[in-house]
Structure formats: structure tokens, C-alpha cells
Design a protein around this ligand. Structure first.
Ligand SMILES: C[S@@+](CC[C@H](N)C(=O)[O-])C[C@H]1O[C@@H](n2cnc3c(N)ncnc32)[C@H](O)[C@@H]1O
Length: 307
């Protein structure tokens, strides 16, 4: 098992995707290569993307150590939102299945220098793709109080968003906020100690990370694009880790599974929409898995099948 990242619900995902010899899969979120390895182990082929070069390098090294995987995987540094271009570039017209394991890897969080962690101390970075310009330092130091408040409230579902945004703006007048520790301390001072549900800065860090990496925008479109190239009977499995992501996955699957997407107020259907998938199910990790991997606790897996 990779220490870089322990894959979440690997068995459930492989069963849901009915992975088999010679079948081609798209893994949009390669990370430590956990799910990709499971597919390769079962004889499948994989085209995988990750927007983080470190994940690509790590997985390339890991997979290259197993000779029987040779020639069955292609790793591409790209955003999974470009799935159609990536598949076309590798002459894949259609796929047998796809997996998206959203969010960040344990390695990205654990590596304090990547600036994702409220526990460690590193420069405020939070970029999955280090070639991108926008970092957490820019968001925290340059956005207006109103914008920060909106980001923290919307993406973190943080009820103390206004207070936190105000404190950030006051603190940065003294000197720019450059480290995760300083940001975590500012947030901590705004959230009552009695609040349950993990570290007081958890929601704010999640919100800033989502903003920096533009995580929610285009997710629904990416799922629709993946579905458009799935073979009939092929499946897509999406693992999300917070309610905002899961809501997008759920709504996209529902729309794709509907024969009509007209406004409910219309007396007759005018949309001509046709369902392209059927919903297979929603799954949570087992108690045994959450006991051994606390990160799995908030995971929700949703699966849909191409009609
Ligand atoms: C939860 S980890 C995936 C772990 C992987 N399934 C495994 O078992 O090792 C999420 C990974 O997806 C990447 N990622 C997140 N959003 C992405 C996107 N839109 N495009 C490409 N990669 C993305 C992150 O950089 C991270 O490496």
C-alpha cells in the first residue's frame, strides 16, 4: 500500500466498474496511483490525469516497478476537465469506465510545504498545479473582505465567515499573511473553542483550497463529457469528500438520468432531453475502512451506468 495516499473504497470501486482484462479506463485523479494500480492489477488499461506533476512522477515511479503493468497505462499531467482532449490525443474514442476521486491526496496535505495544512507550517500555497499563478497567498492577501467572506461561507459552509474575513483583513494590514500557521491562528481566534467537528480552521482552509484550484467549476461538465465517451454498460464512479462536491455529482447524475429536464412549471415537455445513464447507487465506506483510514470517513461514492 502506498504511503503517499491510501485509496478510498478500492474494492467497491473495482466492483462497481466491473474491471476486467483489456478494458480501458479513465482515472481523472491519479494521485498516488492507488485506484489505477487496482485497475492494472485486474488486467485493465488506464489513461490517467492529475494536475499535480508530483503525483504523476510518484505514480510513474511506482507503476514502473511492476513489469506486468508495462504498456497498459498512460499518465498525463492535465486537468480531468480536459478529458475529451486527453482521450483524443491518445486515440481513445471510447472507454469502458472512469473514476474520479476528488479533492486532494494525503501526500498533498501531509507535505507542509504544499501549504494545504492547518496543522503544519508552510507558505500559503494550496495549488494542486504548481504551474498555475493563483495561490492561497494571493487569495488571502488580495481579495476584498466581502469576497473572502463569500468564499469562506460558500465553499467552507463556515458560519463565522464574516468574522474570519474581517480578522484576515485586519491582520494583513500589519503584514502580509504568508504562512499556513498564521492563517490558522487568525481563524482559530474567530471560532469558539466549544465548536465540534475537527480543527477550527478546517472549513476555512477547505474554502480557500476550493477557490485556488477552482474545484467546483466545470465538475458537472467533466462528468457529462466522461459519460459521452463511455461505452453502453460502462460505468463512472465518483468519490467526493464534502457536501458541495457531492451535491454537484448527485445533481449531474440525476440530470443525465432524466428523460426530461424542463422546468416543473411547464405543462408539457419541450426539452427533448434523453437519459444517457441509469443511477447505480450511492455507497459509504465500511466501518473497517474508516477505522483504518480516517480520511475515508467523509467519502461518498456515486456510480452511474451508460445506457
Ligand atoms: C484524492 S487524490 C486521488 C488519489 C488516488 N485515487 C489514489 O488512490 O492514489 C486526488 C488527486 O486528484 C488530483 N486532482 C484534483 N482535481 C483534479 C482535476 N480537476 N484534474 C486533475 N487532477 C485533479 C489532485 O492533485 C490529487 O492528486
Amino acid at each position: 500500500m502506498s504511503e503517499y495516499h491510501i485509496p478510498v473504497m478500492p474494492v467497491e470501486c473495482m466492483e462497481a466498474l466491473a474491471v476486467g482484462t483489456g478494458k480501458l479506463y479513465f482515472d481523472g485523479t491519479l494521485g498516488g496511483g492507488g485506484h489505477t494500480s487496482e485497475i492494472l492489477k485486474r488486467g485493465g488499461r488506464v489513461i490517467a490525469t492529475d494536475r499535480d506533476m508530483e503525483a504523476i512522477d510518484h505514480s510513474r515511479m511506482r507503476l514502473s516497478q511492476i513489469s506486468e503493468y508495462n504498456g497498459r497505462y498512460t499518465l498525463v499531467k492535465d486537468n480531468f476537465k480536459n478529458v475529451l482532449e486527453v482521450l483524443k490525443a491518445h486515440e481513445a474514442d471510447s472507454i469502458d469506465g472512469a473514476i474520479l476521486d476528488l479533492g486532494i491526496s494525503s501526500h498533498q496535505v501531509d507535505e507542509a510545504l504544499r501549504g494545504f495544512s492547518y496543522n503544519g507550517n508552510g507558505l500559503l500555497d494550496m495549488r494542486m498545479d504548481r504551474d498555475q499563478y493563483l495561490s492561497a497567498m494571493t487569495v488571502v492577501n488580495e481579495r476584498t473582505e466581502e469576497e473572502l467572506s463569500r468564499i469562506i461561507y460558500t465553499y467552507g459552509e463556515e458560519r463565522f465567515a464574516r468574522k474570519i474575513a474581517k480578522s484576515i483583513c485586519e491582520a494583513r494590514k500589519k503584514s502580509p499573511i504568508e504562512t499556513t500557521k498564521r492563517l490558522a491562528d487568525i481563524v482559530k481566534s474567530c471560532v469558539p473553542e466549544s465548536r465540534k467537528g475537527g480543527h477550527p480552521a478546517k472549513k476555512t482552509f477547505q474554502a480557500i483550497r476550493i477557490e485556488v484550484n477552482n474545484e467546483l467549476s466545470g465538475l458537472g461538465e467533466a462528468i457529462s463529457d466522461i459519460v459521452s465517451v463511455l461505452k453502453p454498460g460502462g460505468r463512472i464512479a465518483v468519490i467526493s469528500f464534502h457536501s458541495l462536491e457531492d451535491r454537484t455529482v448527485k445533481q449531474t447524475f440525476r440530470t443525465l438520468a432524466s428523460d426530461c429536464i424542463c422546468d416543473k412549471s411547464l405543462p408539457v415537455c419541450v426539452c427533448n432531453h434523453k437519459a444517457s445513464v441509469k443511477l447505480v447507487g450511492k455507497y459509504k465506506p465500511s466501518a473497517a475502512e474508516t477505522a483504518s483510514n480516517s480520511r475515508a470517513q467523509s467519502a461518498t461514492l456515486r456510480v452511474a451506468e451508460k445506457l
